[in-house]
Design a protein around this ligand. Structure first.
Ligand code: ADP
Ligand code: MG
Length: 315
């Protein structure tokens, strides 16, 4: 199969939105940027064996490579518009590419984002996606606005994907249904775009959790120049993860990556309306702590008995 056949067959989706004057097929895409919008751009690379285990099904690879990028748009409060796809693979395996694009396309159509171009090359399996979104001027949600007195909130549940990875890598045994749930959460993260829209004009700071709650909250605190207290008993844990031993599930929830939930700070007076709006979209919002003025200092009300875990400085 030639590169051109491959592109025509699998990447020319023919469902471009009306802002795409020229999409896949020319030397570059030409976009009509709607008036009075800011353009919000992010890029992420997804390498086999590093960002996803080699056993990941092609459908999930395609879905997740786009999902993690959409999660960045959600965290910015942006509306998805366009994306480009640079795909490097060792062989042009028709079955693999077909499943890969099916997973990606399902999610793209769900969120009305158009594939406008890309590059296809031979090499180790690697997927780079650049997403572009739109938001009214000045409304994009940043990491830097958290203030003393705000609540620290997260969407969904934490730690499921890390448990899923441990299951896939045979480091953790769960019941069949709990294992299936956690592996699904690893392979098919839900980009919280509806929540991003709800948080526009409300959240004081926002980001998505990709590297684990503690690491990512640390970045938010640093950007905002504030500190936070976290309460371990408040962490939202799924019933599947609740079957894991206490210390280990806390470790997954605090340090596990790949959750792609939204972490944000909110003035307390706005909590009820945000929770109500989010619940209409089937998204849970949980308060897990408070922002205070102690610069970039993150404290957790739990000391792990195992000192090697390195949480001592948080307690
Ligand atoms: P060029 O030689 O100008 O880089 P290519 O042969 O790489 O052109 O690509 C031809 C067209 O196909 C371009 O419009 C490019 O954006 C598109 N394209 C190539 N690979 C992909 C891909 N993986 N996904 C989407 N579009 C692609
Ligand atoms: Mg090219």
């Amino acid at each position: 199969m030639s590169e051109f056949d491959l592109i025509r067959e699998y990447f020319l989706w023919g469902d471009a939105i009306d802002t795409v004057r020229v999409g896949v097929g020319d030397d570059a895409a030409v976009l009509d940027i709607p008036l009075n919008n800011e353009l919000i751009i992010s890029v992420d690379t997804f390498n086999e064996g590093i960002h996803f285990p080699v056993e990941t099904p092609a459908h999930a690879v395609g879905y997740k490579a786009l999902a993690v990028n959409l999660s960045d748009l959600a965290a910015m409060g942006a509306e998805p518009a366009w994306f480009t796809l640079a795909l490097s693979m060792p062989v042009a395996d028709r079955g693999w590419v077909s499943e890969f694009t099916r997973g990606m396309r399902e999610l793209a159509q769900k969120h009305n984002i158009s594939l406008i171009g890309g590059d296809t090359t031979r090499g180790a399996l690697s997927i780079t996606i650049q997403v572009m979104g739109l938001a009214a001027p000045g409304v994009a949600l940043l990491r830097s606005g958290a203030q003393a007195g705000d609540l620290v909130c997260v969407s969904g549940t934490l730690g499921d994907a890390a448990a899923g990875l441990a299951v896939v890598q045979n480091r953790l045994e769960l019941t069949a249904s709990a294992a299936e749930y956690c592996v699904q959460r690893l392979y098919y993260p839900t980009p919280r775009l509806a929540l991003g829209a709800i948080l526009r004009g409300r959240a004081t700071a926002c980001m998505d959790i990709s590297d684990g709650l503690l690491a990512d909250l640390g970045h938010l605190l640093q950007a905002s120049g504030v500190g936070a207290c976290l309460y371990h008993a408040l962490l939202p844990i799924s019933s599947a993860l609740n079957t894991v031993a206490f210390d280990q599930r806390l470790d997954f929830a605090l340090r596990g990556g790949d959750d792609y939930e939204v972490l944000f700070t909110l003035p307390p007076a706005l909590l009820a309306e945000v929770q109500e709006e989010a619940s209409k979209q089937q998204i849970g919002v949980t308060v897990i702590g408070n922002i205070d003025a102690q610069q970039s200092d993150l404290r957790l009300d739990y000391a792990f008995p195992d000192k090697r875990r390195g949480y001592e400085h948080f307690s």
